[in-house]
Design a protein around this ligand. Sequence first.
Ligand code: 2P0
Length: 316
Amino acid sequence: MTTVTACTNPNLALIKYWGKKSGYCDIPATPSLSIALGGLTTTTTIHEAVEDTIELDGRMVTDVKIENWLQKVRAEYSIPPIAIRSENDFPTASGLASSASGFSALTLCIDGLFSLRLDQQKLCWLARQGSVSAARSMYGGFVSLDPRTMETDCVQLQNFDHWDLRVVVAVCDTHTKVTSSTEGMARTVETSPFYSSWLSKTDQDYEDCKLAVAQKNFARLSEIAELNCFRMHALMLSSQPPLLYWNQNSLAAIGAIRDLQTDGVPVFLTSDAGPQIKAICMPESLAQVRTVLDGTVGVKRTIVAEIGRGPVVYSD
Ligand code: 2P0
């Protein structure tokens, strides 16, 4: 085997991770629950080389996050220099967590090429050393990452075909974000007077969301996921200096989704550490939701995803 390729999906959290456990860089403070974004793929290929090289979306780059991650991996396993080539079939500046799909794909490539044969929890642990949310991209479907368990378990709660939901991403800005998630959440933990409330509320949001997903209760899921998203953005805003990830186009997209809800369309929104707004709906409302967001002044484009099936790995 000379090369290994892994294809993974980015993921979208319905219950958010914002803040690490005190003293750790790889353990979230609260449980999160995400969906794999099918139709959006990161494809990563690696092979042995004379020195480490990284090619991202066709360009040779220096990537400190990947280099630091490789150092951590080599502290555990004997890994020779590798050439990495990684491509996203979705825009990197679209706010679609390419670090999650990127680190999960890279983890699977290393496991495959060097026959590490790691079990699923160890793979998730390794991916988390790059980006905590990368552990969730190790699975398709509905996924939970729970730090309250012994191993900080990352598990698939439901397979991709459990519930046919669609996601419409309203791209509201195409520039790279100013404050990274890592930096932003560290600032929140240090400075927000509301961080302890966030910690005490998220466990319940997570349990409620898990139940709504199991029961396929769209109305309940809408309520909990929006609440959790707005709580996270309120928390970000309460940091010092404040973290405002939205722009006027994000507010226009939120307004458009609110209008759809007022008209009785089953749709809800969520948003991460960036300006993009994501609308989640049932397949029968997809065309209407997309048309409205495409027609909203300020929305640059829309991207549609379904529930993803999870990673695929192959070798040559
Ligand atoms: C999430 N985010 O649960 C939340 C919502 C952003 C907002 O996971 O520091 O890129 O590398 O662990 O994994 C972004 O966090 O940050 C994230 P690090 P990561 O999806």
